[in-house]
Design a protein around this ligand. Structure first.
Ligand code: BYC
Length: 316
C-alpha cells in the first residue's frame, strides 16, 4: 500500500475513535510524538518526587508522613507505567534515562521550583496535582492504547493526591494566623508556575495542532489552563485565600475568568534549564543513577544466573 493510503487509513481509524496499538502501522511522526510526550511525562513523575521527598523527614505529624510517603511512591509507580508504555514504541528504558541524565529530555517546568515550607507540600497537591488531573483526564481517552490505559490508574491516584493536598491547605487555613500566612505565601509562589504547566499559549505551541488531529490532545493548552483557573478560583475562596493576580475577574460574557499576563520569559528560562533548581534536579537524578549501579549489576547477575540454571535444566 502507498504511504498516503496508509496515512489515510490511519487517520480514518483515529477519526472513528479506534485505539492504536504498538504493533499497528503508524506514521513515524506519531510514534516520535508519543515517545517524546510519554517519556517527558515519565521523567516529570520521577523528578517530581524530589521536591516532595525533600519534606519526608520533616512532616509535622506521623499521619502526614504516611500520606506523603504514599504519594511519593505513587509518583514512582506512575513513572514506571509510563516508561513501560513508551517502551512499546521501540525506545529502551536505558535510552530514556540517558536522555534525562544528559539534559536532552524535558520534564515539567514546575519541578524546578523549591519547596520552602510545609505549606508548599499542600500547595503542590492542590495546584500541581490539580493541574495534572485536568491535563491528564483527557489523556485517558488518548488515541494510543498503552498510554490511555496507563493514564486511567494514574488519574485516580492524582485525584486522591489533589484531595489530600487541598485538605492540608484547609487545615493550615483554619489554624493559626501564621499557618494561614504560610498557605497564602505558598499560593503566591506556586500560582504562576502552575499555570505554566499547561505549556505555551496555543499560538506558540508547535505541537498542539497535529496532536489534536491525532487525538493525542483532546483540548488545547489554553483551554485546559482556563478550565484549571475556573475550578481553582472557587477552591481558593473556600480556603479563604487570595489568588495573586489583580486582573483576575469573572467575565459574564465568556463564562470564564479573565486573568493577568503570564511571564512567558520565565517559562522558557526554566524549560531551557535555567530555572531556580534545574541543575540540582539533574544532579540528584544522575547521583541516584550512579549510586544505584551496584543494584542494577546485582539484578543482572541474578537474572543471568537464573537463565543459566534454566539452560542446564533443559539440557538434562
Ligand atoms: N514544562 O507544543 P507544546 C505530574 C515544552 S507530572 C516543560 O505545547 P506539547 C506530577 C514541550 O515539551 C506533570 N516543557 O508541546 C508529578 C515542547 O517541547 P518539545 C507532567 C514544556 O507536548 C509528580 C514545547 O514546550 N504532565 O503530573 O503538545 C507530582 C512546546 O510545547 C512544558 C505531563 O507531562 C512544561 N510545563 O504539550 C505531582 C502530561 N510545556 O517536546 C504531579 C503529558 C510545554 O517539542 N504531557 N513544554 O521539545 C502533555 O500533556 C504535553 O506534553 C504538554 C505540552 C501539555 C506538557
Amino acid at each position: 500500500m502507498k504511504i498516503e493510503d496508509l496515512e489515510k487509513k490511519f487517520q480514518d481509524r483515529i477519526d472513528a475513535g479506534e485505539k492504536i496499538e504498538p504493533k499497528d502501522w503508524m506514521p513515524e511522526k506519531y510514534r516520535k510524538t508519543h515517545i517524546r510526550q510519554i517519556s517527558q511525562h515519565a521523567h516529570s513523575e520521577i523528578v517530581g518526587m524530589l521536591p516532595e521527598g525533600n519534606w519526608v523527614t520533616r512532616t509535622p505529624t506521623l499521619r502526614r508522613k504516611v500520606g506523603l510517603l504514599a504519594k511519593v511512591q505513587d509518583e514512582a509507580g506512575h513513572g514506571l507505567y509510563l516508561y513501560s508504555a513508551a517502551e512499546t514504541l521501540g525506545i529502551s528504558r536505558d535510552e530514556m534515562f540517558r536522555q534525562l541524565h544528559t539534559g536532552k529530555a524535558k520534564y515539567s517546568s514546575i519541578f524546578n521550583y523549591p519547596t520552602m515550607t510545609w505549606a508548599d507540600i499542600g500547595t503542590i497537591g492542590w495546584l500541581v496535582d490539580g493541574a495534572a488531573i485536568i491535563n491528564q483526564v483527557m489523556l485517558t481517552r488518548t488515541s494510543f492504547g498503552p498510554y490511555a490505559r496507563a493514564m486511567v490508574r494514574i488519574c485516580k491516584e492524582e485525584s486522591f493526591h489533589q484531595r489530600q493536598g487541598f485538605e492540608m491547605i484547609l487545615t493550615l487555613c483554619n489554624g493559626t494566623a501564621i499557618q494561614k500566612e504560610m498557605a497564602q505565601d505558598a499560593l503566591n509562589r506556586w500560582w504562576w508556575p502552575s499555570l505554566m504547566m499547561f505549556g505555551p499559549r496555543d499560538e506558540e505551541s508547535p505541537n498542539t495542532e497535529q496532536s489534536v488531529k491525532w487525538k493525542i490532545k483532546r483540548k488545547t493548552n489554553d483551554e485546559l489552563r482556563q478550565q484549571f483557573i475556573d475550578i481553582t478560583v472557587e477552591q481558593a475562596k473556600v480556603a479563604g485565600l487570595t489568588i495573586p493576580d489583580p486582573d483576575l475577574k469573572w467575565n459574564e460574557e465568556r463564562g470564564h475568568h479573565d486573568f493577568g499576563a503570564i511571564d512567558w520569559s520565565e517559562f522558557w528560562r526554566v524549560v531551557k534549564g535555567n530555572g531556580p533548581l534545574n541543575k540540582e534536579r539533574l544532579k540528584a537524578r544522575n547521583d541516584a543513577w550512579d549510586n544505584g549501579e551496584w543494584v542494577r549489576d546485582a539484578a543482572m547477575a541474578h537474572s543471568e544466573k537464573q537463565a543459566q540454571k534454566e539452560e542446564l535444566k533443559k539440557a538434562v
